[in-house]
Design a protein around this ligand. Structure first.
Ligand SMILES: NC(=O)c1ccc[n+]([C@@H]2O[C@H](COP(=O)([O-])OP(=O)(O)OC[C@H]3O[C@@H](n4cnc5c(N)ncnc54)[C@H](O)[C@@H]3O)[C@@H](O)[C@H]2O)c1
Length: 434
């Protein structure tokens, strides 16, 4: 295998696992971020985000000199591949992808380009971005020898390391054979060769949004079915299982819950809807799902508040703050949005999450009480709301908490607990769609 010099720009939830993974494969990696605190921590061997297995791999490759960290883009000048993985958050007004970080990063990296370099855009970006990036680089550095490739990321937070080494597919958007061969070399070191699909750059950019919007729609679909089941006596888990056995549908993304969230689905559906409007293409399905998904968080908060509406000064215990299990990421977390709604009712809330407490504190500060574990969180509570699907919560000892709670109410927005057992322990149990 030929080892490449790779510069990864942006060391967040995508950039860091990507850089560490490429180093583990034997490439020489420099990860660049403008956030000095992050780089300082990483230079001292400290991990800056939680992903299973990432810390060990980082330490191993850092001490072997396979990966370095810097705030300077200087290393672009001797890189074969520059991977851009900076954020593309939703624009606060239009909700399109905010491209300011991509543009700033590209303007800067362009000045360092020396020999032939592939600039791979891993961030999720609107169709046509590749062309814009090409233009920026030519303006900044007219003699640069480069190709711009779309290389979208499909990793799942919480499984980032696993997904890096076992991608379902690698989509590469480029017409340049030279760039294709460099990207091929980048992935040569994989033990099991990933399924690589080479397409037009515009198609590649679209595949990322089309995939995320589709998954968001699938989640919303099963949530609507859950609402239907609640009214008719059917059990949505049985319905989902039955649907999932159809190979045309498949079992994944059929878990009913409090609505989709996280740093990708909400922003990517909004960006897709924006691109539809921009191109005069009707996207009513996606537009509706965005609206209804917002409403769902409010419905979930009301479900919790309703249970305690007759209790004076109710105490609510919230288990789970991260947007999903396996991560400390609270960005656009359904749990945080439900919590926000609950707090509007001026109630006392105690929260616990196995990994996301620090990130949650940055968002909600002292509006809630932070518990050190799930059992202290539920102590004296009038209702416990389970909002993130952490495995730990599945083992909640119902007998134990039945004694420590003021009122025995559970709102299980992730269907983690056994309703029968909850009832046997005297709980009023509300799950989703069953
Ligand atoms: N998080 C996910 O699960 C996921 C999955 C697939 C795709 N994506 C996409 O990947 C991109 C990155 O997402 P993320 O979650 O890793 O974001 P993030 O916010 O965790 O990380 C982005 C990093 O880029 C850095 N940065 C911004 N501007 C910079 C610049 N000019 N120079 C150097 N560093 C700069 C920031 O300081 C930050 O550390 C987004 O477009 C996102 O949509 C994310």
């Amino acid at each position: 295998m030929k080892a490449l010099n790779v510069c990864v720009i942006g060391t967040g939830y995508v950039g860091l696992p990507t850089g560490v993974g490429l180093a583990e494969l034997g490439h020489h990696v420099v990860c660049v971020d403008k956030d000095e605190n992050k780089i300082h921590a990483l230079q001292n061997g400290q991990i800056t985000l939680y992903e299973e297995g990432l810390e060990e791999l980082l330490k191993k490759n850092f001490s072997a000199g396979q990966i370095q960290f810097s705030t300077s883009m200087e290393s672009v000048s001797n890189s074969d591949v520059v991977i851009v993985a900076v954020g593309t958050p939703p624009h606060p007004v239009t909700h399109e992808a905010d491209m300011q970080y991509i543009h700033a990063a590209v303007r800067e990296l362009a000045t360092y380009l020396k020999n032939y370099t592939v600039v791979a855009i891993k961030s999720t970006v609107p169709v046509g971005t590749g062309t814009v990036v090409e233009k920026i680089i030519k303006e900044q550095n007219p003699t640069a020898d480069f190709d711009v490739v779309s290389l979208p990321e499909f990793l799942r937070e919480g499984f980032a390391v696993y997904d890096f080494f076992h991608p379902d597919r690698v989509i590469v958007g480029t017409n340049s054979e030279r760039a294709q061969s460099v990207i091929q070399t980048l992935y040569d070191a994989f033990e099991t060769k990933p399924n690589m699909l080479f397409v037009k750059r515009e198609s590649s950019e679209t595949i990322k949004y089309a995939s995320n919007a589709f998954l968001a729609i699938k989640i919303h679909y099963i949530n609507e079915m859950a609402n239907f089941c609640e009214k008719t006596g059917a059990n949505v888990l049985e319905v989902a299982k039955g649907m999932g056995l159809d190979t045309r549908i498949g079992p994944r993304f059929l878990n009913p819950g409090p609505g989709f969230g996280g740093s990708c689905f909400p922003k990517d559906t909004m960006a897709m809807a924006f691109m539809g409007r921009q191109n005069d293409v009707s996207m009513t399905l996606i537009e509706d799902v965005i609206k209804e998904n917002w409403a769902r968080k409010k419905q979930m908060a009301n479900r919790v508040l309703n249970v305690v509406k007759d209790i004076p000064d109710p105490k609510i215990a919230v288990l789970g703050l991260a947007f999903k299990n396996g991560t400390d990421d609270c960005r656009e977390s359904p749990a945080m949005e439900i919590l926000d709604e609950i707090l509007k009712a001026n109630v006392t809330v105690t929260v616990y999450d196995p990994k996301a407490m620090e990130n949650a504190k940055k968002l909600i500060g002292d509006k809630v009480v932070y518990a050190s574990d799930m059992y202290s969180a539920v102590q004296n509570a009038d209702v416990v709301a389970i909002l993130t699907e952490w495995d730990d919560f599945k083992s909640l000892d119902l007998q134990k908490i039945a004694y420590s709670m003021n009122h025995k109410n559970i709102v299980d927005c992730r269907n983690l607990l056994d309703p029968q057992k909850a009832k046997e322990n005297g709980f009023n149990y509300l799950g989703i769609g069953r």
